[in-house]
Design a protein around this ligand. Structure first.
Ligand SMILES: [Fe+2]
Ligand SMILES: [Fe+2]
Length: 374
């Protein structure tokens, strides 16, 4: 038996006598309370579970209604690493001696955008989304996602510290560079609209707004902006530069692919269960706003050219990926005819071991198999 005052102590406690049974006071219990107590003891029927607005016991994990959510959780645990596992020594040398001024500008601003974004992603899923879920198997994966977003923030901080960048400047850059600020403000606006204690998702307007915010975060913020957001660093990696940072980003990207895919599936399930009708004009405006912000950001990052990567490449790839996310959401393609401009991106992002991507890895962990990028 554990000693609850000192769990590591080998001392065995003497059991305390059980308190005497207390007779129920029938005069104080109302029939409504009795009925509620009886209902709360009924077994959970998984068919009654709902993604939101459900009435089943949130504290009972199984039987599952959404077994795929549990699979996401199990899969997420196969991609386990910390930023300390990856050797960054060569990155410091590359930054100090090999990167051009234009490449340093690119590297620093990518980190600056990503680090602010990942805190937003953590707050969205942990504070605005999780509390609205009414099936525990969804919350379990989202709890892992919250941890992963924190891990990503640690990773950027580790890169910033290792390279010796000025933290006060890097972390404030989103506040003073309009092209970074524009993307953050769009996300902040969506988050603020669902981060209120008085939201009633039985209200159709609130429900539609919540689904739009969910689609934005899963389909655009994580599915496009993050997915494509690592590409400039992968372009350096392909030239043998900043390979430690790029490997860190490959691990993050793998998480983000899972986050986007899970979020899209949750959003589609809500739409089906709650019979949500989204406004095509609002959807179209969301894509166009995201595209304009991404174009401004890319043109700022790459205002001066670097070898092997351009703003046009970045914007073109955003549109190509946006179409992919729209298709998986059963939405119209926002950018018909957009073609992949970074044909190496999916493969670059894939961490399959046989492709020898573990060049700088210090420690080996198990990782999952190849992902289906659609
Ligand atoms: Fe993240
Ligand atoms: Fe994420």
């Amino acid at each position: 038996m554990l000693n609850w005052d000192d769990p590591l102590s080998p001392k065995i406690n003497t059991p305390t006598p059980a308190p005497a049974a207390v007779e129920p006071d029938n005069n104080t219990a109302t029939s409504a309370e009795d009925a509620a107590a009886a209902a709360s003891m009924k077994p959970v029927n998984p068919d009654d579970k709902r993604v939101i607005n459900g009435m089943t016991d949130i504290n009972q994990l199984a039987p599952f209604k959404y077994p795929w959510a549990w699979d996401y959780f199990l899969n997420a645990n196969k991609n386990h690493w910390t930023p300390l596992d990856i050797n960054m020594t060569q990155d410091l040398h590359d930054y100090q001696h090999k990167l051009t001024l234009e490449e340093k500008h690119l590297y620093e601003n990518v980190l600056s955008y990503l680090t602010t974004s990942d805190i937003l992603a953590m707050r969205n899923i942990g504070l605005a989304v999780m509390e609205k879920m009414s099936a525990p198997e969804l919350q379990i994966y989202q709890a892992r996602q919250v941890y992963e977003e924190a891990l990503h923030t640690w990773t950027y901080q580790h890169c910033i510290e290792t390279i010796g960048l000025a933290q006060g400047e890097i972390y404030n850059r989103y506040r003073v560079v309009p092209q970074i600020n524009a993307k953050i403000q769009i996300a902040n606006r969506r988050l603020s609209s669902v981060l209120r204690p008085d939201i009633d998702l039985h209200d159709r307007d609130e429900l539609e707004n919540f689904v739009m915010a969910y689609i934005f975060f899963a389909g655009i913020f994580e599915g496009c902006w993050f997915y494509n957001g690592f590409s400039p660093i992968f372009a350096l990696q392909r030239r043998g530069l900043m390979k430690g940072t790029a490997e860190q980003f490959q691990y993050i990207m793998r998480d983000e692919v899972m986050h986007a895919s899970f979020g899209i599936r949750v959003a589609k399930t809500i739409i089906r269960e709650e019979n949500v009708k989204l406004d095509p004009k609002a959807i179209s405006e969301m894509w166009q706003e995201a595209d304009a912000a991404e174009a401004g950001y890319a043109n700022y990052l790459l205002k001066d050219p670097i070898l092997g990567y351009s703003a046009e490449d970045h914007i073109g790839q955003f549109r190509f990926i946006a179409n992919r996310r729209a298709r998986s959401l059963n939405l119209e393609e926002p950018f018909p005819g957009a073609e992949a401009t970074l044909t190496w991106l999916d493969e670059q992002a894939n961490l399959r071991k046989e492709k020898n991507f573990f060049e700088t890895r210090v420690t080996e962990y198990q990782t999952g198999g190849a992902l289906n990028w659609d």
